[in-house]
Design a protein around this ligand. Structure first.
Ligand SMILES: Cc1cc2nc3c(=O)[nH]c(=O)nc-3n(C[C@H](O)[C@H](O)[C@H](O)COP(=O)(O)OP(=O)(O)OC[C@H]3O[C@@H](n4cnc5c(N)ncnc54)[C@H](O)[C@@H]3O)c2cc1C
Length: 457
């Protein structure tokens, strides 16, 4: 009997994983670490840093252990998805491939290209709008509000699937392990020393359960979600959702259960609202595919040429990456990103707007740098949000006045002082750009409002 390949690339989890629950006869669990996504560069920017690679390796190792505890083997290949699957297909004479339906254009295309060799079945394991709620792409609104209005009334998120996973019919650990030398080598070369990744399945489900049920921080999500740093001000769902270690349907059902049994308020609604933004970008990526990587994204003529920078722009881009633009609010957020791999949504909007609209740098370079650094890097949410702010995506351009934003979201300068302790000015004066930075005209009104601590009301 021929073997079925079950590709677990975007579902590195045991809970709510329809791929593990498939009853399709003899099968082998496979995961491909896409070499290009972690070791190549785009526009001269490396696609992943060490921390992001380590997080991925740890998530794979954790899944491997979890499967092994149920006597299920996992083959982990390192390379190109299409080539790896093709090799395994030939090796085993496999006739079918089952995988989560990717949103990223390259990942989706790679699976489509396997169709001449085996039957390919894609299950949408990571969207809210699964099964009967799947939108028609040609009538899908291009902006968020009409999308939400169209979809929200119909939104009955299907329950996480709770079928048990049978240990039989899978290739055994020993049968799989013979293929795993390249992964094991890579793991030993790059494994993290602290192994402290909150995005891994067990930590992620525990942390979100605490966030909702024990600590009930979800009650004040809407009031705190715009904070710049700290704990519990937002859900911190993004990294496990991006890795596929957490099921979005499971997270959604936790919020609904809390609403039914404890309280439903603006905050519980708003967390679901934000998850709909994630959903929106997922379907936009399915609709427009590779266009998202064109200079004008989904607007204007298609242009996949590399961003061009003159020497001054290149210097500005480098300063931005290194958190040394001379604008404290920007540098503080960029230092946070460089140190932790995360940044608040408010911070992301500001640094993106600043790079594109104040420094005049092609948005795709910013998106590429975020891809390298973000531990919650998600193709659709990252490139979609960047294009959105640049005005190449699903709205007119969004330019933020950085000083106005700094005064609003960090009025006493405590965030900037925490991230940039070398700046000693008190109160909101900490937001004063360095003398080398020439502030744009539209900041002047707000710069005049900066005050030392004693005169802060
Ligand atoms: C320039 C830019 C780049 C971004 N890149 C990414 C990325 O690579 N990966 C990523 O997951 N998010 C990205 N975001 C969206 C957002 O900033 C993060 O999802 C959020 O900050 C993650 O923190 P959280 O999970 O605590 O969010 P919460 O505020 O708790 O939100 C809950 C969830 O809703 C979703 N969500 C919230 N805001 C957005 C949004 N604007 N777009 C899409 N989904 C959203 C996320 O899944 C998030 O986990 C980006 C935003 C900007 C402006």
């Amino acid at each position: 009997m021929s073997l079925n390949i079950i590709l677990l690339n975007e579902t590195l989890r045991w809970h709510d994983n329809p791929l593990l629950q498939l009853e399709v006869g003899p099968k082998v669990a496979v995961l491909v670490l896409d070499e290009k996504a972690f070791f190549a560069s785009q526009y001269g920017v490396a696609r992943a840093n060490l921390r992001r690679l380590q997080q991925q390796l740890e998530a794979i190792a954790a899944l491997k252990r979890q499967l092994a505890s149920q006597h299920i083997g996992l083959i982990v290949c390192v390379g190109n998805i299409k080539e790896c699957i093709r090799r395994l297909q030939q090796q085993f004479g496999a006739t079918s491939l089952y995988a989560a339906e990717p949103v990223g254009f390259n990942e989706y295309s790679a699976l489509q290209q396997l169709k001449p060799y085996l039957s390919v079945t894609l299950l949408d394991c990571n969207s809210l709008l699964g099964d009967g709620l799947r939108p028609q792409l040609d009538s899908l609104p291009n902006t968020f509000t009409p999308f939400r209005k169209q979809r929200e009334p119909l939104l009955e998120v299907s329950a996480p699937s709770d079928h048990s996973v049978s240990s039989s019919a899978w290739l055994s650990i020993a049968q799989c392990e013979v293929f795993n030398h390249p992964f094991n080598q890579l793991y030993h070369q790059y494994a993290a020393t602290d192994k402290n990744f909150s995005a891994l399945e067990q930590s992620a489900t525990t942390l979100f359960t605490q966030y909702i049920w024990q600590q009930q921080h979800v009650r004040h999500y809407k009031e705190t979600r715009n904070q710049l740093y700290g704990e519990h001000y937002a859900s911190f769902l993004s990294a496990p959702l991006a890795l596929g270690t957490l099921s979005v349907r499971w997270a959604w059902q936790q919020i609904i259960a809390f609403e039914h049994s404890v309280t439903a308020n603006d905050s519980t609604y708003w967390l679901k609202f934000e998850l709909l933004w994630r959903e929106f970008f997922r379907w936009q990526f399915r609709k427009y595919g590779a266009r998202w990587f064109s200079k004008g994204a989904i607007k204007g003529a298609i242009d996949f040429n590399k961003p061009k920078l003159n020497a001054a722009q290149l210097k500005r881009f480098e300063n931005w990456c290194q958190a040394s633009t001379g604008v404290p609010f920007i540098d503080a957020n960029m230092r946070l990103l460089n140190q932790t791999g995360l940044m608040s949504n408010r911070g992301r909007q500001n640094v993106a707007s600043f790079l594109v609209h104040d420094l005049g740098v092609d948005w795709r370079l910013g998106a590429a740098y975020f891809e390298q650094r973000l531990l919650d890097y998600d193709c659709a949410s990252n490139w979609g949000n960047w294009a959105y702010i640049a005005g190449s995506g699903n709205a007119a351009e969004r330019q933020f006045n950085v000083i106005k934003q700094a005064l609003h979201y960090d009025p006493d300068g405590s965030f900037v002082r925490a991230m940039l302790p070398e700046i000693t000015s008190s109160g909101s004066l900490v937001h004063q750009p360095s003398q080398q930075f020439q502030s744009p005209e539209h900041w002047h009104h707000w710069l005049a409002k900066l005050r030392p601590a004693s005169s802060t009301p």
